[in-house]
Structures are given as structure tokens and as C-alpha cells.
Design a protein around this ligand. Structure first.
Ligand code: GLU
Length: 570
């Protein structure tokens, strides 16, 4: 529609009145933030856009993985933009936390805000509160074109309209006849601005919710929705933009090719497309990622920030989940064919896998913690004792200082402890999936915490007679006494086992498991029971790596004194 000349002139007048200090134009911005011509034509430019609210949702980590994969495999760019336009919700330290958490998983962006007070790239500033000038230039452009107008309505008036719309069961919002300030004359608008009346800026939509628009979601395919007809707010009273407007200005001038965001933004996409069109910009491609779900009894529900500790990325870091395992898990929920690929490419890294947007599920991705734990176990099993030691040191230094001091006190010893059934073996013991559990799993190697457990929780061996009636306290005591008498630290493993069998047999245990199973009543117990007694007396655990190696590491004095101590306590 051709604007009438007089109206057009008045729009410019209004724009000037509202933005007297804005000299730059959208064309200037186009020059300042040019297309990313140094990249290949097929390169994907994607971004993570956290709001600094002090919390990184696990869903953001999932998205970060999408950004990383898409940008890396297309030789594009993945950048971080801080979306701090809702200053009431801002929590200090969020940017530091967010960037560090991404870093933990190896998902640091290539550009934008990459650490607290550190940004790189030519498309900045990458923090929205520092981009006011850009939004003002863009907003001025819309006012000049008659596509934005000042709205003088108070919150009370807006509330009243909404109540009335609800009562009349019409679509709520600021549009058509309900858009009071849209329908006042431009002369009146100019007049009221001149008088200094307070206002915010709204978009003038030319859409109709009776019409449909279709757009493509790169993951979900073609989507049809009602056109936008809402005159959404673009600049708030504090001069900052709303999400809708900032998204349009930023993703255009940062030259984003793919907006990958949570599916909660899908319903607003028609607004965004309407705004892109009004600005004369081409809209980016959209990908709306599914919600992360969690099992709750027999059903699934949305991961809840309030109820589920797993909804915070910080939970995984504080618990010491290895990034490799979590990343593997993310890949399995991102692309359904990942597991198949991985089973055929065991030695390859997830970064070698070609991620495809159209293979992404839209139905909600299940955060299956047992499966995630298993994948982490697999990853830990690939590490050497040295690597586990280093990881445990890094983690415990931050989250369990007492344990850190114990581990660091004798690095040689700790290396051997973590290398047990890990280094130089065919079949690796898979017992750890997060560093938080290491203290408990290996507690018996560190005397002070071992003693503390005995004092607080007691002797596990006392439960043995309940499990097997023949293993009475007297049997246990005698077994340990006789064993102490013959224990020789210098035995080889074979000698050690032969000696254990000798004692066991003498005390009425069966040393042949097959025979024992055939006639259990003929014996006090089996050789396995005998070694359980020794294991529990030395480690206070039912399951451990090979007990011979443990005794070797602990040394004769500790081994014997623990067995003696057990005898005196039962
Ligand atoms: N700041 C928005 C949020 O945290 C980002 C959405 C987007 O990626 O566009 O939900």
C-alpha cells in the first residue's frame, strides 16, 4: 500500500520526535555488520542466547550440542549472545557460570561472549543491554515506515482489555479494534509525544489471524499457523527491546543462519516472521528443539526446574559427571541413528558423526538417567589410572576438598588405587560413572575416611550371618584368626590363593564351587564365602576389585590390623 505523502512525512516527524539522537540508519547497520562472506555458502551460523538468570537448564546444553555440531560440520560459527533485556530477572555471575559450564562440556562458542567480560567477533556487542543503539535505529526505521507506533496505554488499561476479552471469549491481546493506540491519528500521536506523555513502542502488524502462514522448521518440517496480528511491544519503557524485537534485529545483524531454540518459542514464530518482513529482512531458518522429559513412575513429564535436580547443568558438573559421557548421551537423544553409528565406529568421537536436523525427534527427548550413567561408566572405563587420578583431583579440589587432600597426599599411591583393574588388564572394571562416588567406592584405601565410615555406619560383616546362617560370628572370627596366622605379604597371587584355599578347606569351606553347589549342606560355606569374609574385614565392602591387589596396596600392617579390628568388633 502506497503511503500518502503527508502521512509519510508525519511518520518521519514522529520517528524524529521519538529518536532525535538517532542518526544512523538500517542501511548503515547493513554495512557495519555485513554478510559473513568469508564463510562458505553452506556454512551455518548459529547461536546460544542465554538469559542471565543464574541457571543453565539441561535443555540449553542439549541445544549447545546442536549448535556445536551444526556449526562445526558446516565450517560455520557458533556464537553466544547474552539476552539481558529482562533486567529484573538478572542474577550476577550468570555469564561466568554459563560460559564455564559450556566449557566443561567442551561446548565453548567460537564467537561472542566466551567468558565473563570477554567477547570476540565483529558482530558485537554480544550483550543485548549494550545494543540499545541498534534497536533504536531499527525501531526508528519502523516508525518512519508507519510500522511502529507509540502506545500510551497504562498497564491497568491493558489488563482491563484482557479481562474484557476473556469475558467475551475473544483472542486476547493488543490487535485490531483492541489496539487503542494503533487507531489514534498520527497527529494525536505526535501531539502526545511532544507533550511528554509516557509511552512504549508497538509494532503495527498488518496480519490477520484469519489467514495462515506456513514456514519450515528444519527439524519438524512444514508448519502452518495463523498469521500474526498482534501489535507486540518492541521497545519497553526502559528503552530495552522485547525478546521478539531483539531476536529480529540481532539475528539479522549477527547474520545468524539457523535459530535453534526451545519449542516454547514455536507459537511466537509468526510474530517473528511478521517483524522480519516489516524490517525488510529475510528470516533465518528455524529449529525448535523438543522439551527434555523425565520418567515419573510409568509416565513421562517435562523436566522441572523445581522438582528435578537434573534440570540444572550445574548438577552434572557438581556431581562430577565426565563430559564425554554426558555428550555421548546427548548425541543419542539428538539423533536416533547415533547409537547405530557408534556401535559401528567404536573408536570414533561424536564429533565425527554427521548430525542431521531432520533426524531430530520432536516428541520430547527423554533424559534417561540410568542410560546416561551407563554411558558415563563406559567413558570412565576408557580412561587410564592416571587420567582418573587427574579427573578426581580436578573435581575434588573444587567440590570435596578433604578428599582432594587425601588423594593428593600420595600421588603414587592414588595412581595405583585408581589404576586397579583398569591399567594393564583385558577386562576393565566398570564401577564409576561420576567423580562424586569415587570417595565411597575407594574409601577403604584411605584410612581416615575408612575409619570414619566404620564409626558412623558400622561393620558390614555383621550382616553376614543374616545372609547365610552357617556363617556365624564364631565361624567368621575363626576364619580371620586362622587366615591372619598364615598371611604372607610376599606371596604371588597364586601362592596367596593357594594359602587361602588351604585355610578355608581346613575350616570346612568347600574350595570347589561346582561341588559346593551340588552339596551345600556338607559345608560351612564356599571359597567365595571365605573370601567374602576376608574382603569385608579388609574393605567393609561386598564388591571390590581383586582382594589380593587391594591387600598388596594397603600393605601388611593395615591388612592385618583391619582383620584384627574386625575380630574384636564382632
Ligand atoms: N533468551 C532466550 C531464552 O533464554 C533465548 C531463546 C532463543 O534462543 O532465541 O529462552
Amino acid at each position: 500500500m502506497e503511503m500518502d505523502k503527508d502521512y509519510e512525512r508525519k511518520c518521519y516527524e514522529l520517528a524524529y520526535l521519538i529518536f532525535p539522537d538517532v542518526d544512523e540508519t538500517v542501511e548503515d547497520l547493513e554495512i557495519k555488520y555485513p554478510e559473513r562472506n568469508t564463510l562458505k555458502e553452506t556454512a551455518i551460523v548459529t547461536r546460544i542466547a542465554p538469559s542471565p538468570t543464574g541457571f543453565m537448564h539441561t535443555g540449553s546444553l542439549y541445544q549447545a550440542m546442536v549448535h556445536k555440531k551444526l556449526s562445526t560440520q558446516s565450517e560455520g560459527i557458533y556464537y553466544l549472545r547474552v539476552e539481558d533485556t529482562d533486567q529484573k530477572r538478572e542474577v550476577p555471575g550468570s555469564v561466568k557460570m554459563f560460559t564455564e559450564e559450556l566449557g566443561y562440556f567442551g561446548l565453548t562458542p567460537d564467537e561472542g561472549v566466551i567468558a565473563e567480560n570477554k567477547e570476540i567477533g565483529d558482530y558485537g556487542p554480544y550483550t543485548q543491554s549494550k545494543r540499545k543503539d541498534i534497536y533504536r535505529i531499527c525501531a526508528k526505521h519502523l516508525v518512519e515506515k508507519g510500522l511502529a507506533y507509540p502506545c500510551f496505554c497504562t498497564t491497568e488499561m491493558i489488563d482491563k482489555t484482557r479481562q474484557m476479552q476473556e469475558a467475551n471469549k475473544v483472542v486476547p491481546g493488543y490487535y485490531g479494534v483492541y489496539a487503542k493506540c494503533r487507531n489514534i491519528s498520527i497527529d494525536e500521536s505526535i501531539d502526545r509525544v511532544k507533550k511528554g506523555e509516557r509511552f512504549i513502542l508497538r509494532f503495527r502488524s498488518n496480519g490477520s489471524h484469519m489467514r495462515k502462514i506456513a514456514f519450515n522448521d528444519e527439524g519438524r518440517g512444514k508448519i502452518e499457523m495463523a498469521e500474526n496480528d498482534q501489535d507486540v511491544v518492541i521497545l519497553k519503557s526502559d528503552g530495552l527491546p522485547t525478546y521478539h524485537f531483539a531476536h529480529v534485529c540481532d539475528d539479522h545483524f549477527m547474520r545468524t543462519t539457523h535459530v535453534v531454540r526451545g519449542e516454547e518459542w514455536l507459537p511466537s514464530t509468526p510474530i517473528h516472521i511478521d517483524l522480519f518482513n516489516a524490517m525488510g529482512f529475510e528470516h533465518p531458518k528455524y529449529v525448535h528443539t523438543p522439551l527434555i522429559m523425565i520418567k515419573d513412575g510409568n509416565s513421562k513429564r517435562k523436566l522441572s526446574k523445581r522438582k528435578d535436580k537434573e534440570s540444572a547443568v550445574s548438577y552434572f558438573i557438581k556431581s562430577g559427571y565426565p563430559a564425554e559421557g554426558v555428550n555421548e548421551y546427548l548425541m543419542t537423544i539428538l539423533n536416533s541413528d547415533y547409537e547405530m553409528w557408534k556401535s559401528q565406529n567404536k573408536d570414533k568421537n561424536f564429533m565425527d558423526f554427521e548430525f542431521k536436523l531432520n533426524k531430530m525427534s520432536s516428541a520430547g527427548s527423554l533424559l534417561d538417567m540410568p542410560k546416561l550413567n551407563d554411558l558415563c561408566k563406559e567413558e570412565v572405563a576408557k580412561m587410564s589410572g592416571e587420567e582418573v587420578l587427574n579427573r578426581v583431583l580436578t573435581w575434588s579440589k573444587e567440590y570435596n576438598k578433604d578428599f582432594y587432600d587425601l588423594v593428593a597426599a600420595d600421588l603414587d599411591y592414588s595412581r595405583k588405587v585408581f589404576g586397579l583393574e583398569r591399567d594393564n588388564v583385558q577386562k576393565i572394571r566398570k564401577d564409576i560413572y561420576k567423580w562424586e562416588d569415587v570417595e565411597d567406592t575407594f574409601r577403604y584405601f584411605f584410612d581416615s575416611i575408612y575409619q570414619k565410615e566404620l564409626d558412623e555406619v558400622g561393620y558390614l560383616i555383621k550382616t553376614l550371618p543374616e545372609e547365610k546362617a552357617t556363617l556365624t560370628n564364631d565361624v567368621i572370627k575363626t576364619a580371620l584368626e586362622e587366615y591372619i596366622a598364615v598371611y604372607n605379604e610376599n606371596d604371588t597371587k597364586d601362592e596367596w590363593f593357594a594359602r587361602m584355599k588351604e585355610v578355608a578347606e581346613k575350616l570346612g569351606f568347600c574350595v570347589n564351587m561346582k561341588e559346593y553347589k551340588a552339596n551345600p549342606d556338607n559345608y560351612v560355606g564356599s571359597i567365595a564365602d571365605f573370601s567374602s569374609i576376608v574382603r569385608m574385614a579388609v574393605t567393609n565392602k561386598k564388591n571390590t576389585p581383586d582382594i589380593y591387589s587391594i591387600m598388596q596396596l594397603l600393605g601388611k600392617d593395615t591388612t592385618i590390623s583391619r582383620m584384627k579390628d574386625t575380630i574384636s568388633k564382632i
